[in-house]
Design a protein. Structure first.
Length: 186
């Protein structure tokens, strides 16, 4: 492929790469720099890309490795969701201040952080990006059954975290309304 194809790929896929990096735990403040790192690797490996294969799993594989290196660097600390449920829920937009879609998006990103890194890649590629499992396992270099096993476990982890966050959020809203009602009755 020539340089024009690489430039076109960048324009068409940079948004996908940024969203993927966010899903993989890259802090919003670091997304632009880490996405730049992804495309530096893409440019070095461009001759390895096989155009008959889908581009997104290939880009995801690179983004996953760059995000892993980002998380391993000194200074990066992963939030442990179970310890921070109250803090995460408190940062969610209030019902009056945001649309349901935005609130759900915040919950999804928070819940994704609870999914084990070894399974998150399969979950994001399959359930969020809609990539077929055979393409995923080929890109990740894992057996098909391992891919499906990781997907099953990741779905369970995600579902549990999402429900806990949602319940924490709705519990916080009830507490505010109860306090408001108590003040009005006093």
């Amino acid at each position: 492929m020539n340089q024009r194809d690489l430039a076109t790929t960048f324009r068409e896929e940079v948004s996908y790469v940024v969203h993927t990096l966010r899903r993989l735990g890259v802090r919003p403040a670091d997304l632009e720099d880490v996405a730049h790192d992804v495309f530096l690797v893409v440019s070095r490996k461009w001759s390895d890309y096989q155009p008959e294969r889908p581009i997104k799993p290939w880009l995801f594989g690179i983004a996953m490795r760059v995000a892993l290196a980002y998380r391993r660097r000194a200074g990066y600390t992963r939030e442990v969701l179970a310890d921070n449920l109250h803090d995460v829920a408190a940062e969610l937009p209030s019902a009056e201040a945001s649309l349901d879609g935005e609130r759900r998006r915040v919950l999804v990103h928070a819940a994704l952080q609870a999914v084990d890194d070894s399974r998150k890649d399969v979950f994001v590629l399959h359930d969020l990006d809609g990539i077929a499992m055979p393409d995923i396992v080929r890109e990740l270099g894992i057996p098909l059954n391992t891919g499906y096993s990781r997907l099953r476990l990741a779905r369970a982890e995600f579902r549990e975290a999402f429900e806990r966050l949602r319940d924490e959020r709705s519990g916080g809203e009830r507490s505010r309304s109860d306090r408001s009602r108590d003040r009005g009755a006093g």
